[in-house]
Design a protein around this ligand. Structure first.
Ligand code: HEM
Ligand SMILES: *[C@@H]1O[C@H](CO)[C@@H](O)[C@H](O)[C@H]1NC(C)=O
Ligand SMILES: *[C@@H]1O[C@H](CO)[C@@H](O)[C@H](O)[C@H]1NC(C)=O
Length: 532
């Protein structure tokens, strides 16, 4: 099974005339809009204005803007966009004045259910679904989930040990990806996905790793035009039914749709029959709400009046969800949980291998603090240095490099005026590499997160999980997965770089930013057993 760019190739060969016409239309629109003087400039709102080429990707664009023009600049696409790393402004937008910036600036025109996931939802729907999902991530639930995490971490450790014994290199991202998908499959859906340490992924892991297309440079370039012409892209996706502009692969979309429908039907039956012993997982709790809401709809409990008045967020939220929405949240959760967490574990292991002194200090802390085979919650909470290492990894390599918010009503903060409809682009990576707050920002140094240094910074200087009411819902689960993996693995083995690893000892690996932050080449580490 190899679906790298095959979807795109398929479209190009079977739909060539359509593609050519689309390309011509896109080019025409581009020429027309780029000739027209930009409708407005940011100066009239008290913000420095920059003309940005239409096809430029967010990275390196944001790095360039921050470096050349300072903490707050604006440009225009189909809407005014404000990029800022000013902490006061960020605090207003993300936290204090959240109600005026409740939605993201971009949606995902996709045939995958993912596009209707909580990450992309707006206003009332977002509140309703977020509220339904939150209990699944409570402290109590996390404690119950941790048995599954411990088990997966045991298998991860065995994979490291096996490499040490055979002297082979560890394919880092391949393996950390198996670890995080296995956890999300089990805890969220009660599905067993067991390939940690294997050369070949199991089905669930394979499709999770391939939800998004791997695009060639050429198709990315084409897509970056389409992103600017939203309506045209929606038209191609929904009306023409093209798969090319869709960021999601058809194979993964079909796979998850099928297995989730099956699972939901099973759970629904169990729920109606009242057999409560079934899996107490995330999917079950959403299905349970779904069954209740079907009953309620039948009884016409939801009055239209109520639905209308909740649109502005002042009234009570209904506890309802449809089967389609359950699938959407499930696929979104797989995606949100898989790559972010495995990418962090990957970069963390890599930096530890590169910095043996950090590794020794971490090992010492684990030995001093953790007595149990399975670290307890209390022990985990005492691993301060480990938290510093994880946070420094997330500072340098935030898996989500940017987020956005859309402005509802005009706002003025000091000299800066934000018009209604403006998109605020929050460049997480640039915020966390701001030399004004982190001297030598590209250097890995966990001591930046000791009490003393942290006290000197605003909390807005470190936002790998976002901030405010729309903060990442899985933050604590992610940190739990990371800590348990590090305890178990580093207790048994040492990771190293040498002359044959990728990268080699003394070298850095270049990072690519196509959606998520990824190393340009897969990292491969050397592993040594620790003598007991
Ligand atoms: C290291 C791991 C992770 C990182 C760095 C990360 C990062 C983020 C970021 C930056 C956002 C946007 C927040 C905002 O707009 O303020 C987000 C949202 C979200 N994340 Fe995570 N995430 C991680 C792991 C997870 C996991 C394990 C799950 C689920 C099990 C998850 C589920 C979500 C969901 C559902 C949202 C949408 C929240 C909303 O719009 O209300 N994430 N994440
Ligand atoms: C919400 O809607 C209700 C009814 O339409 C209205 O009375 C109220 O003022 C609105 N609240 C806000 C914050 O807009
Ligand atoms: C690390 O980051 C997490 C999440 O932002 C935070 O809760 C924790 O306090 C941080 N720990 C340290 C030592 O900085």
């Amino acid at each position: 099974m190899d679906i790298k760019d095959s979807d795109a190739t398929l479209i190009f060969t079977s739909n060539l005339p359509l593609v050519l016409i689309s390309a011509a239309v896109a080019l025409a629109i581009y020429l027309v809009t780029s000739r027209r003087p930009h409708y407005e400039r940011w100066e009239k709102y008290g913000v420095k204005h920059v003309n940005v080429p239409v096809h430029q990707m967010p990275e390196p664009r944001n790095r360039f803007l921050m470096k050349e023009y300072g903490p707050t600049v604006g440009f225009f696409t189909h809407v005014p966009v404000l990029v800022t790393r000013n902490h006061d402004l960020l605090k207003q937008i993300l936290v204090k004045d959240f109600n005026n910036f409740p939605n993201r600036g971009d949606d995902l025109p996709s045939k995958s259910p993912l596009g209707k996931g909580v990450f992309f939802l707006k206003d009332y729907d977002w509140k309703r679904i977020r509220q339904l999902m939150s209990p699944s991530f409570s402290t109590g639930k996390l404690k119950r989930i941790s048995t599954h995490v411990q088990e997966a971490a045991n298998r991860l450790t065995q994979a490291f040990e096996k490499c040490a014994e055979t002297g082979s290199h560890l394919k880092l991202f391949h393996t950390t990806g198996q670890y995080t998908t296995s956890i999300i499959a089990k805890t969220a859906f009660g599905v067993q996905a067991d390939s940690i340490g294997e050369e070949k992924d199991d089905e669930f892991t394979f499709f999770a790793k391939n939800i998004f297309k791997k695009r060639s440079k050429f198709s990315l370039f084409f897509i970056s035009f389409l992103i600017r012409f939203r309506e045209f892209r929606r038209f191609l996706t929904y009306t023409v039914g093209m798969y090319f502009p869709d960021p999601c692969t058809r194979t993964s979309t079909d796979y998850f749709n099928a297995i989730l429908k099956e699972r939901i039907a099973e759970r629904e039956k169990a729920e109606i029959q009242g057999s409560r012993h079934v899996n107490n997982d995330f999917l079950q709790s959403l299905v349970s709400t779904m069954v209740t809401s079907e009953k309620k709809t039948a009884a016409a409990v939801i009055s239209e009046e109520n639905a209308a008045s909740t649109a502005n967020g002042s009234a009570k939220l209904e506890k309802t969800i449809t089967a389609e929405e359950v699938i959407a949240q499930s696929v979104l959760t797989i995606l949100a949980a898989y790559e972010t967490t495995s990418s962090t574990l990957q970069f963390c292991m890599y930096k530890i291998a590169q910095n043996p002194d950090v590794q020794e200090k971490l090992f010492q802390e684990i030995i001093d603090v953790v007595e149990h085979e399975n670290p307890t919650h209390e022990e985990l909470s005492k691993l301060h240095y480990m938290e510093q290492v994880v946070n420094e990894t997330l500072r340098l390599f935030p898996p989500v490099i940017r987020i956005s918010r859309k402005t509802v009503e005009p706002r003025s903060y000091g000299d800066i005026n934000i018009p209604a409809g403006a998109v605020i682009e929050i460049p997480i990576k640039e915020i966390q590499r701001d030399p004004a707050h982190y001297p030598d920002p590209d250097v890995f140094d966990p001591d930046r997160f000791n009490e003393e240094s942290k006290a000197k910074r605003s909390p807005l200087a470190f936002i790998p999980f976002g901030q405010g009411p729309r903060l990442c819902i899985g933050m604590r689960l992610a940190l739990l997965e990371l800590k348990i993996a590090l305890v178990k693995v580093l207790r048994k083995v040492k990771v190293e770089l040498n002359d044959e690893t990728v990268p080699r000892k003394g070298q850095d690996i270049p990072i690519e930013y196509l959606g998520f932050a990824r190393p340009k080449q897969p990292i491969e580490l050397a592993v040594k057993l620790r003598a007991d």
